[in-house]
Ligand binder design. Structure first.
Ligand SMILES: C[S@@+](CC[C@H](N)C(=O)[O-])C[C@H]1O[C@@H](n2cnc3c(N)ncnc32)[C@H](O)[C@@H]1O
Length: 229
Protein backbone atom coordinates (compact mmCIF):
# COMPACT_ATOMS: atom_id res chain seq x y z
CA UNK A 1 0.00 0.00 0.00
CA UNK A 2 1.50 3.33 -1.02
CA UNK A 3 1.59 6.08 1.59
CA UNK A 4 0.69 9.60 0.60
CA UNK A 5 1.84 12.36 2.90
CA UNK A 6 -1.04 14.26 4.42
CA UNK A 7 -1.06 18.02 4.87
CA UNK A 8 -0.82 17.68 8.68
CA UNK A 9 2.53 15.89 8.26
CA UNK A 10 4.06 18.84 6.42
CA UNK A 11 2.51 22.15 7.43
CA UNK A 12 -0.38 23.74 9.32
CA UNK A 13 -1.48 27.39 9.68
CA UNK A 14 -0.99 27.25 13.45
CA UNK A 15 -1.50 30.97 14.09
CA UNK A 16 -4.98 30.82 12.54
CA UNK A 17 -5.92 27.62 14.41
CA UNK A 18 -4.54 28.96 17.72
CA UNK A 19 -6.43 32.26 17.46
CA UNK A 20 -9.69 30.53 16.58
CA UNK A 21 -9.20 28.02 19.41
CA UNK A 22 -8.55 30.75 21.97
CA UNK A 23 -11.77 32.48 20.86
CA UNK A 24 -13.66 29.17 21.07
CA UNK A 25 -12.73 28.92 24.78
CA UNK A 26 -14.05 32.41 25.61
CA UNK A 27 -17.35 32.75 27.48
CA UNK A 28 -20.35 34.45 25.88
CA UNK A 29 -19.56 33.66 22.23
CA UNK A 30 -23.09 32.52 21.43
CA UNK A 31 -24.35 29.14 20.32
CA UNK A 32 -21.80 26.45 21.23
CA UNK A 33 -21.98 22.81 22.39
CA UNK A 34 -20.43 23.88 25.70
CA UNK A 35 -23.89 25.36 26.42
CA UNK A 36 -25.28 21.81 26.54
CA UNK A 37 -22.94 20.65 29.30
CA UNK A 38 -19.63 21.81 30.72
CA UNK A 39 -16.76 19.46 29.87
CA UNK A 40 -13.44 20.63 31.26
CA UNK A 41 -11.12 18.79 28.86
CA UNK A 42 -13.01 19.82 25.72
CA UNK A 43 -10.76 20.19 22.67
CA UNK A 44 -11.52 23.55 20.98
CA UNK A 45 -13.78 22.96 18.00
CA UNK A 46 -11.55 24.80 15.44
CA UNK A 47 -8.58 22.59 16.42
CA UNK A 48 -10.63 19.42 15.97
CA UNK A 49 -12.00 20.68 12.63
CA UNK A 50 -8.59 21.76 11.26
CA UNK A 51 -6.84 18.58 12.43
CA UNK A 52 -9.45 16.35 10.81
CA UNK A 53 -9.29 18.28 7.55
CA UNK A 54 -5.48 18.37 7.43
CA UNK A 55 -5.29 14.64 8.27
CA UNK A 56 -7.47 13.75 5.31
CA UNK A 57 -6.19 15.97 2.52
CA UNK A 58 -2.87 15.15 0.84
CA UNK A 59 0.09 17.45 1.07
CA UNK A 60 0.70 18.65 -2.51
CA UNK A 61 4.19 17.05 -2.48
CA UNK A 62 2.37 13.66 -2.56
CA UNK A 63 1.12 14.43 -6.06
CA UNK A 64 4.23 15.39 -8.08
CA UNK A 65 2.49 14.72 -11.39
CA UNK A 66 -0.11 17.38 -10.52
CA UNK A 67 2.26 19.72 -8.63
CA UNK A 68 5.72 19.10 -10.12
CA UNK A 69 7.60 22.11 -8.74
CA UNK A 70 8.13 23.56 -5.27
CA UNK A 71 6.28 26.68 -6.39
CA UNK A 72 3.27 24.69 -7.59
CA UNK A 73 3.20 22.73 -4.33
CA UNK A 74 3.44 25.89 -2.25
CA UNK A 75 0.63 27.51 -4.23
CA UNK A 76 -1.61 24.49 -3.58
CA UNK A 77 -0.69 24.52 0.12
CA UNK A 78 -1.75 28.16 0.29
CA UNK A 79 -5.12 27.16 -1.21
CA UNK A 80 -5.59 24.42 1.39
CA UNK A 81 -4.54 26.83 4.18
CA UNK A 82 -7.24 29.22 2.96
CA UNK A 83 -9.80 26.44 3.36
CA UNK A 84 -8.57 25.93 6.93
CA UNK A 85 -8.86 29.67 7.54
CA UNK A 86 -12.48 29.54 6.36
CA UNK A 87 -13.07 26.53 8.63
CA UNK A 88 -11.73 28.56 11.58
CA UNK A 89 -14.15 31.47 11.25
CA UNK A 90 -16.50 32.56 14.01
CA UNK A 91 -20.11 31.32 14.10
CA UNK A 92 -19.42 28.27 11.95
CA UNK A 93 -22.92 26.94 12.68
CA UNK A 94 -24.17 29.58 10.21
CA UNK A 95 -21.67 28.63 7.47
CA UNK A 96 -22.88 25.31 6.11
CA UNK A 97 -21.42 26.14 2.67
CA UNK A 98 -17.87 26.11 4.13
CA UNK A 99 -18.42 22.64 5.59
CA UNK A 100 -19.81 21.50 2.24
CA UNK A 101 -16.74 22.80 0.36
CA UNK A 102 -14.40 21.12 2.82
CA UNK A 103 -16.37 17.89 2.48
CA UNK A 104 -16.00 17.99 -1.32
CA UNK A 105 -12.27 18.62 -0.95
CA UNK A 106 -11.89 15.65 1.42
CA UNK A 107 -13.83 13.44 -0.99
CA UNK A 108 -11.34 14.25 -3.75
CA UNK A 109 -8.41 13.20 -1.56
CA UNK A 110 -10.05 9.94 -0.47
CA UNK A 111 -11.03 8.85 -3.98
CA UNK A 112 -14.66 9.26 -3.01
CA UNK A 113 -14.43 6.75 -0.13
CA UNK A 114 -14.72 8.55 3.21
CA UNK A 115 -13.00 6.99 6.20
CA UNK A 116 -14.88 6.60 9.50
CA UNK A 117 -13.70 8.81 12.38
CA UNK A 118 -13.44 6.68 15.52
CA UNK A 119 -12.95 8.45 18.85
CA UNK A 120 -12.95 5.85 21.65
CA UNK A 121 -12.17 8.55 24.29
CA UNK A 122 -14.61 11.14 23.02
CA UNK A 123 -15.14 13.21 26.20
CA UNK A 124 -17.03 16.40 25.31
CA UNK A 125 -17.17 15.14 21.73
CA UNK A 126 -15.29 17.83 19.77
CA UNK A 127 -13.67 15.33 17.38
CA UNK A 128 -16.77 13.29 16.44
CA UNK A 129 -18.90 16.45 16.30
CA UNK A 130 -16.56 18.14 13.83
CA UNK A 131 -16.19 14.88 11.88
CA UNK A 132 -19.95 14.76 11.52
CA UNK A 133 -20.11 18.43 10.47
CA UNK A 134 -17.50 17.68 7.78
CA UNK A 135 -19.83 14.95 6.52
CA UNK A 136 -17.75 11.98 7.69
CA UNK A 137 -19.14 8.81 9.25
CA UNK A 138 -18.29 8.93 12.99
CA UNK A 139 -18.23 6.58 15.98
CA UNK A 140 -17.72 7.82 19.54
CA UNK A 141 -17.48 6.12 22.93
CA UNK A 142 -16.29 6.90 26.43
CA UNK A 143 -16.01 5.27 29.86
CA UNK A 144 -17.84 8.18 31.50
CA UNK A 145 -21.65 8.11 31.15
CA UNK A 146 -21.83 11.92 31.17
CA UNK A 147 -19.54 12.03 28.13
CA UNK A 148 -21.67 9.35 26.46
CA UNK A 149 -24.80 11.45 27.08
CA UNK A 150 -23.16 14.60 25.65
CA UNK A 151 -22.13 12.68 22.54
CA UNK A 152 -25.54 11.07 22.19
CA UNK A 153 -27.18 14.51 22.25
CA UNK A 154 -24.71 16.02 19.78
CA UNK A 155 -24.42 13.14 17.34
CA UNK A 156 -27.83 11.49 17.46
CA UNK A 157 -30.56 13.63 19.02
CA UNK A 158 -29.73 17.11 17.68
CA UNK A 159 -29.31 16.01 14.04
CA UNK A 160 -32.57 14.06 14.27
CA UNK A 161 -34.56 17.16 15.31
CA UNK A 162 -32.53 19.81 13.42
CA UNK A 163 -34.58 22.46 11.58
CA UNK A 164 -37.85 21.17 13.00
CA UNK A 165 -40.66 23.19 14.56
CA UNK A 166 -41.27 22.85 18.29
CA UNK A 167 -44.33 20.80 19.20
CA UNK A 168 -45.41 22.53 22.42
CA UNK A 169 -48.74 24.36 22.00
CA UNK A 170 -47.67 27.65 23.63
CA UNK A 171 -44.73 28.56 21.41
CA UNK A 172 -46.34 27.38 18.18
CA UNK A 173 -49.18 29.84 18.62
CA UNK A 174 -46.88 32.70 19.67
CA UNK A 175 -44.18 32.34 17.01
CA UNK A 176 -45.88 30.87 13.97
CA UNK A 177 -43.64 32.73 11.51
CA UNK A 178 -40.29 32.00 13.15
CA UNK A 179 -37.78 30.06 11.04
CA UNK A 180 -36.95 27.06 13.20
CA UNK A 181 -33.44 26.46 11.95
CA UNK A 182 -30.78 24.22 13.52
CA UNK A 183 -31.68 23.24 17.12
CA UNK A 184 -33.95 26.22 17.89
CA UNK A 185 -37.21 24.23 17.80
CA UNK A 186 -35.80 21.50 20.03
CA UNK A 187 -34.43 24.11 22.46
CA UNK A 188 -37.89 25.72 22.79
CA UNK A 189 -39.48 22.35 23.53
CA UNK A 190 -36.76 21.55 26.08
CA UNK A 191 -37.46 24.86 27.87
CA UNK A 192 -41.23 24.33 27.81
CA UNK A 193 -41.32 20.68 28.88
CA UNK A 194 -38.40 21.12 31.29
CA UNK A 195 -40.37 23.85 33.09
CA UNK A 196 -43.46 21.64 33.08
CA UNK A 197 -41.59 18.69 34.60
CA UNK A 198 -40.03 21.01 37.18
CA UNK A 199 -43.43 22.36 38.27
CA UNK A 200 -45.02 18.90 38.38
CA UNK A 201 -42.14 17.59 40.48
CA UNK A 202 -42.38 20.56 42.88
CA UNK A 203 -46.13 19.99 43.34
CA UNK A 204 -45.64 16.28 43.85
CA UNK A 205 -42.87 16.77 46.41
CA UNK A 206 -44.48 19.71 48.25
CA UNK A 207 -46.10 17.41 50.84
CA UNK A 208 -42.67 16.10 51.88
CA UNK A 209 -41.13 19.49 52.47
CA UNK A 210 -41.92 21.94 55.27
CA UNK A 211 -41.95 25.55 54.20
CA UNK A 212 -39.84 27.69 56.56
CA UNK A 213 -42.06 30.10 58.48
CA UNK A 214 -40.20 33.33 58.39
CA UNK A 215 -40.80 36.14 60.84
CA UNK A 216 -39.17 37.61 63.86
CA UNK A 217 -40.74 35.15 66.37
CA UNK A 218 -39.57 32.11 64.46
CA UNK A 219 -36.14 33.54 63.81
CA UNK A 220 -35.72 34.27 67.52
CA UNK A 221 -36.79 30.76 68.46
CA UNK A 222 -34.44 29.26 65.88
CA UNK A 223 -31.66 31.21 67.53
CA UNK A 224 -32.71 29.74 70.87
CA UNK A 225 -34.57 32.77 72.30
CA UNK A 226 -38.05 31.38 72.70
CA UNK A 227 -40.40 28.41 72.12
CA UNK A 228 -40.09 26.11 69.12
CA UNK A 229 -41.82 27.53 65.99
C1 LIG B 1 -8.95 14.16 27.60
S1 LIG B 1 -10.56 13.49 27.57
C2 LIG B 1 -11.02 13.61 25.91
C3 LIG B 1 -11.36 15.00 25.54
C4 LIG B 1 -12.04 15.11 24.18
N1 LIG B 1 -11.09 14.98 23.09
C5 LIG B 1 -12.82 16.40 24.11
O1 LIG B 1 -12.66 17.16 23.15
O2 LIG B 1 -13.63 16.66 25.02
C6 LIG B 1 -10.22 11.77 27.76
C7 LIG B 1 -11.49 10.91 27.87
O3 LIG B 1 -11.11 9.55 27.89
C8 LIG B 1 -12.04 8.84 28.68
N2 LIG B 1 -11.42 7.57 29.08
C9 LIG B 1 -10.36 7.35 29.89
N3 LIG B 1 -10.07 6.03 29.97
C10 LIG B 1 -10.97 5.38 29.19
C11 LIG B 1 -11.20 4.02 28.84
N4 LIG B 1 -10.45 3.05 29.33
N5 LIG B 1 -12.19 3.73 28.00
C12 LIG B 1 -12.98 4.71 27.49
N6 LIG B 1 -12.82 6.02 27.77
C13 LIG B 1 -11.83 6.35 28.62
C14 LIG B 1 -12.31 9.79 29.84
O4 LIG B 1 -13.56 9.49 30.45
C15 LIG B 1 -12.30 11.15 29.14
O5 LIG B 1 -13.59 11.55 28.78
Amino acid sequence: MSHTKKLIEVALPLDIINDASAYDKMPGIGAHPKGIHQWWARLPLPSARAILFASLVDDPSSNPEQFPTDEAQEKERVRLFEMIRLLCQKKMHTKQNVFEEAHQEILKHCNGKLPTVLDPFAGGGSIPLEGMRLGLPVQASDLNPVAVLINKVQLEILPKFANQKPINPEIQAKMALTKWELGKGLAEDLRYYGKWINEEAKNELARFTRKPKLGIKNTMSLLGFGPEP
